[in-house]
Design a protein around this ligand. Structure first.
Ligand SMILES: Nc1nc2c(ncn2[C@@H]2O[C@H](COP(=O)(O)OP(=O)(O)OP(=O)(O)O)[C@@H](O)[C@H]2O)c(=O)[nH]1
Ligand SMILES: O=C([O-])CC(=O)C(=O)O
Ligand SMILES: [Mn+2]
Length: 610
């Protein structure tokens, strides 16, 4: 087909006269050769049409309308279930700018390789053009993007996860800057060839060109690989923008904690994927008089306000949450959000009455269709839902959204929490002595690998600020950026930094701390530290809560367990030193002096404590 005959490609079919956008759409259509071009408008009519088409194609199953209104289940190809970090690239012009933590290929070479892959890659399919905005549209500097994709599942998911529609097209105007985000499943259909329910390609590339602020993704239809507004734009590309412009793009939830005196505190927290951000973002405090509201569960963009405080905005519009483990007792607010409808589930199991189920959800189903489409019973030896199965649901449906979640100004952050999944060593909560000490804590966060990415679940890896898979530039420059922000700010106005660990285990492997709603006791301690109202014990690793300083009223946990959850064991920490050393060697010569100083002082304190 010649470009002149691709339906929908003529400028009259486009809702915009943005010259660069129109030229890019033409260039990509000519390269990828789709059957037609369609502009996504994010309307209900579009949602109804695309979901109907995908149900007919076998990609989606319509769920029980009474129990899961306007909601659908997708089952992916079993080889396309999580982010593919080994196939993710930062193609900066110079290799040193991608740094030691990223895969790098020269951008010219990568563009050539991928251009070959994209040639004809949308044949037999529709090419959708989705103008979107990350963050409130009313912001002074709205962060616009346009995703081109040949996946209708991506179009539906982008409508939930980002702001789309005519207001975005209006914001683009004729010449406003936007991030180009190109996505193809890499599964062209030759004439007469039958489609499969989840087209994708075994050869995958998730590529970023940080200087050009461009994203090229090929071969995967899943999550962060394909919904390019999320990890690709709001973290990898935005972190590079933030470095250049003096702000922060972070893998953090944002929550609002309200004390019995009705004082509100905004808290941001960075935990690696599948380590508890969504759960903490929607916490239901168990301590009387305390309430929480949420503003975001995965990404925070933070910049300084005129008053010198750090303000956070959530760039997203929906939740893409881990399903297994989510239930009415661990996270009732997530349950209510998705059960309000308009939700797309991926890789969970289906019940006999056409509703969804996953490990950890209430109920005791005797028969299911598992995520691979096979019959499942409690005797089956494989899980019914994939461990990285997800729900994609509109944030506006969350019953505890803070009214200011959509405010372009953002909210002033009082505390930043870093954390990971650690069976040993790391106490329940530790306060940093200073901003620089807090940056050291963030820089050395370690976590056991989870199912959110390919790899061996359980191995410990260092994950600075939970950003290891999401940095758009050199990790050493990133850590320097954090240190410099502190140097240039009035430290008394900066958030206080804390290191938390909900996952410490006893000798018998059980969790020492009950977690979830009970984490409100830790949040209360943090707020009281900010207010100077409670104590802690000065240890070599920082100021750790004591059982006496924590509110444990009504908590059904033994004193011994609480003490063990809070313990600083010098031998365990001395064990940690070589692995931090190895990590810092890997970061290399750009490691900030301030972080080296903190490491030296930690070693001295531990040795003095021996
Ligand atoms: N033991 C324990 N497990 C928790 C706690 N909070 C969350 N989890 C479990 O951790 C897993 C992931 O939690 P999420 O809140 O979805 O993680 P996330 O950080 O939002 O994950 P991404 O969406 O991948 O970034 C789930 O299986 C939860 O049940 C906690 O306080 N204690
Ligand atoms: O990006 C994804 O696929 C899901 C996610 O939030 C993460 O892995 O942190
Ligand atoms: Mn995440």
């Amino acid at each position: 087909m010649t470009s002149a005959t691709i339906p929908g490609l003529d400028p009259d079919s486009a809702p915009t006269s943005h010259t660069e956008l129109l030229a890019w759409v033409r260039e990509i259509a000519e390269l990828t050769q789709p059957d037609r071009v369609e502009w996504s408008d994010g309307s209900d009519a579009e949602w109804d049409r695309l979901t109907t088409e995908l149900v007919a194609a076998g990609t989606l199953t319509k769920l029980n309308e009474d129990k899961a209104p306007n909601s659908f289940l997708a089952n992916s190809d079993p080889a396309d279930v999580a982010r593919v970090e080994s196939r993710t690239y930062i193609c900066s012009k110079r290799e040193v700018d991608a740094g030691p933590t990223n895969n790098w290929v020269d951008p010219t070479e990568m563009r050539a390789t991928m251009t070959d892959l994209y040639r004809g890659s949308m044949r037999g399919r529709t090419m959708y053009v989705i103008p979107f905005c990350m963050g409130p549209l009313g912001s002074d500097d709205p962060k616009l993007g346009v995703e081109i994709t040949d996946s209708a599942y991506v179009v539906l998911s982008m409508r939930v996860m980002t702001r789309v529609g005519p207001e975005v097209v209006a914001a683009l105007g004729e010449d406003r800057f936007f991030v180009k985000a190109l996505h193809s499943l890499g599964a062209p259909l030759e004439s007469g060839q039958d489609d499969v329910p989840w087209p994708c390609n075994p050869d995958k590339y998730i590529t970023h060109f940080p200087e050009d602020r461009e994203i090229w993704s090929f071969g995967s239809g899943y999550g962060g690989n394909a919904l390019l507004g999320k990890k690709c734009y709001s973290l990898r590309i935005a972190s590079a923008m933030a470095h250049d412009e003096g702000w922060l793009a972070e893998h953090m939830l944002i929550l609002k904690l309200i004390s019995p005196e009705e004082k509100a505190y905004y808290i941001a927290a960075a935990f690696p994927s599948a380590c508890g951000k969504t759960n903490l973002a929607m916490i239901q405090p168990t301590i009387p008089g305390w309430r929480a509201e949420t503003l975001g569960d995965d990404i925070a963009w933070m910049r300084f306000g005129d008053d010198g405080r750090l303000y956070a905005v959530n760039p997203e519009f929906g939740f893409f949450g881990v399903a297994p483990g989510t239930n009415y007792s661990s996270n009732p607010n997530a349950m209510k959000t998705m059960e309000a409808g308009n939700t797309i589930y991926t890789n969970v199991a289906r019940t006999d009455d056409n509703n969804v189920w996953w490990e950890g959800l209430e109920g005791d189903p005797q028969h299911l269709i598992d995520w691979r489409g096979n019959d499942w019973t409690p005797d089956s030896d494989t899980p019914a839902a994939h461990p990285n199965s997800r729900y994609c649901t509109p944030m506006s449906q969350c019953p505890i959204m803070a009214p200011e979640w959509d405010d372009p100004k953002g909210v002033p952050i009082s505390a930043i929490l870093f954390g990971g999944r650690r069976k040993t060593t790391v106490p329940l909560v530790t306060e940093a002595r200073s901003w620089q000490h807090g940056v050291f804590m963030g820089a050395t966060v370690g976590s056991e690998q989870t199912a959110a990415a390919e790899g061996t679940v359980g191995t410990i890896r260092r994950d600075p600020m939970a950003m290891l898979p999401f940095l758009g530039y050199n990790v050493g420059d990133y850590l320097n950026h954090w240190i410099d922000l502190g140097k240039n700010a009035d430290e008394s106005k900066l958030p206080k930094v804390f290191y938390v660990n909900w996952f410490r285990r006893g000798a018998d492997k059980r969790f020492l701390w009950p977690g979830f709603g009970e984490n409100s006791r830790v949040l209360k301690w943090i707020v009281e530290r900010i207010e100077g109202k409670t104590g802690g014990i000065d240890t070599p690793v920082g100021i750790v809560a004591t059982p006496e300083s924590l509110d444990l009223e009504g908590l059904d946990v033994s004193e011994a367990d609480v003490a063990e959850a809070l313990a600083v064991n010098t031998d365990e920490w001395l064990n940690e030193i070589p692995s931090i050393e190895e990590w810092f060697d890997f970061v290399g010569e750009k490691l900030p002096t301030g972080i080296k100083d903190e490491f030296d002082s930690l070693k001295q304190r531990l040795n003095a404590d021996k």
